[in-house]
Structures are given as structure tokens and as C-alpha cells.
Design a protein around this ligand. Structure first.
Ligand code: ADP
Ligand code: MG
Length: 244
């Protein structure tokens, strides 16, 4: 996806969650990873890219089209994307199947039969077919997150935005969720993800962006950013998180 971001800011009161970020990425970037310390602005940046928030100032162009700034325009843009957050946001009172079917019918105007067929197709890919009739509370964290991921991409999103998708999971479950995300990357899905899984970011992302204090500190190909960080901030962060 080509991305052009110019002097982007998002302020909440006096907090500068994103503070003058510029970034140009060409079409060769299919997977973009956001890394950096907590509170650095990863979630806000991801929400701006996906159209969940309107910038305080600056502009975002994706594939040469500027993101709309009106509520109505941004709603239409947002609907084309898919989102997955850290903690499983499944509807607790609906089965796994209904969690996937409901937005397909209500938001994306698929017929119920088409939505059910699509849910089965996606869930099979994620190894979750046997669990479609279960309620979220009957599923493990990793299974819930795979259902949430199936829901996020069932409508074939233009852009899939994943905000720390494995942070709330035990190591084993992390691995099973990362595996399906890696499979989506392989299959050509365009993804922007924020993560603390440095090995995963390095291995799957075409481009890595390091954010701290709302600012873009460094960006580059995973290999070079992880191997030869250019700034002390990134060096020190990587030194700490990759120590163990
Ligand atoms: P990260 O995802 O890297 O941890 P965030 O984007 O969540 O960072 O947060 C960046 C900064 O913006 C933090 O100081 C956070 O407290 C603040 N922030 C984020 N969202 C909001 C909000 N809705 N209202 C007020 N402050 C916010
Ligand atoms: Mg965050």
C-alpha cells in the first residue's frame, strides 16, 4: 500500500498522542509494524490510519487518496477496514459463529446465508471450525482471538489493523495467533500491526516504525532497524526488550 503521512498530529486535551509524524511508504509495503514504548502513540497512530479517529492536524493518504475528514466520509472508509484489539472484543452473548455473521449482515449487508458460508470458510482457515457453536466464555484466549481475527477479516478488509493482538495471551496461545497472522501476511493481506513481539515484527513486516512520545523516531526495513538502530532511543529500547 502506498502511504503518505504529512505532519500528522492527534491531541487529546494537552496530551500529544501523535505529534507531527511524517512518513512516506511505497507500494512494496504490504505489512507495516509499529513498535516502541507504551504510551508512545502506537494505538493512536493505528486508529488514525484505520479511520477510527480524525486527526487534529495533518493529512493521511493511502493509495493516493486522502482520508476523509468528515464523520460520514470517515465512517465509510472505516467500514472497509478490519480491526483487532488486544483484548478479545467478542460479543459475550453470541456464539462464535454469530460473532462473525452479525457484522457481515448488519454492517456489510451480506445475506445471512452468504454470511454463514463466509464465516465457515474463514474459520476453517484458522483451524476453528469445531468451535463455531461455542460461546466466547467456552473458548481459550487464543481461540477467542482467532475468532476475533476471523471476524475482523471476514469482509475482506482493504486494510487489517491489529493493535497488540497477542499481548493478553499466554506464550502458547500467542504462537497460535501469530501463526494465523503470519499466514494472512503470506496470503497478501495488507496489515498494520502494533506489537511487542520483536521477532515477529522483524520476520514479517516490510517496514517497521518506532514511535515514542508521539513522534516517529526511526523507520526502516526490519532487518536494518533491528540490526543497526540509528538512534540511542531505539538502541536502548531494543537492548531492554530483547535482553531476555
Ligand atoms: P501506545 O499504544 O503506544 O501505548 P497510545 O496511542 O495508546 O500509545 O497513547 C499515546 C498517548 O495518548 C498516551 O499518553 C495516552 O495516555 C494518550 N491517549 C491515547 N488515547 C487517548 C484518549 N482517548 N484520551 C486521552 N488520552 C489518550
Ligand atoms: Mg497501545
Amino acid at each position: 500500500m502506498s502511504i503518505e503521512i504529512r505532519d500528522l498530529s492527534k491531541h487529546y486535551g494537552t496530551t500529544r498522542a501523535i505529534d507531527g509524524v511524517s512518513l512516506i511508504l511505497d507500494d512494496s509495503v504490504q505489512v507495516l509494524a509499529l513498535i516502541g514504548p507504551s504510551g508512545g502513540g502506537k494505538s493512536t497512530f493505528l486508529r488514525l490510519l484505520g479511520g477510527l479517529e480524525i486527526p487534529t492536524s495533518g493529512l493521511i493518504r493511502i493509495d493516493n487518496t486522502e482520508l476523509p475528514k468528515s464523520e460520514k466520509g470517515i465512517m465509510d472508509f472505516r467500514r472497509r477496514n478490519g480491526f483487532l484489539f488486544q483484548s478479545f472484543n467478542l460479543f459475550p452473548h453470541l456464539t462464535a459463529l454469530e460473532n462473525i455473521v452479525l457484522p457481515l449482515v448488519e454492517v456489510h449487508h451480506r445475506t445471512r446465508d452468504a454470511a454463514i458460508a463466509r464465516a465457515h470458510e474463514v474459520v476453517e482457515r484458522f483451524g476453528m471450525s469445531a468451535h463455531l457453536g461455542k460461546m466466547p466464555a467456552e473458548l481459550s484466549g487464543g481461540q477467542q482471538q482467532r475468532i476475533a481475527l476471523a471476524r475482523a477479516m471476514a469482509h475482506e478488509p482493504a486494510l487489517l489493523l491489529l493493535d497488540e493482538p497477542t499481548s493478553a495471551l499466554d506464550p502458547e496461545m500467542k504462537a497460535e495467533v501469530l501463526e494465523v497472522i503470519a499466514e494472512l501476511c503470506q496470503a497478501g493481506q495488507r496489515i498494520v500491526l502494533s506489537t511487542h513481539e520483536m521477532g515477529f515484527a522483524r520476520g514479517t513486516a516490510d517496514e517497521v516504525v518506532f514511535l515514542a512520545n508521539g513522534r516517529l523516531v526511526e523507520s526502516g526495513k526490519g532487518e536494518s532497524l533491528f540490526k543497526t538502530p540509528q538512534t540511542e532511543v531505539v538502541r536502548s529500547f531494543l537492548g531492554k526488550v530483547m535482553k531476555w
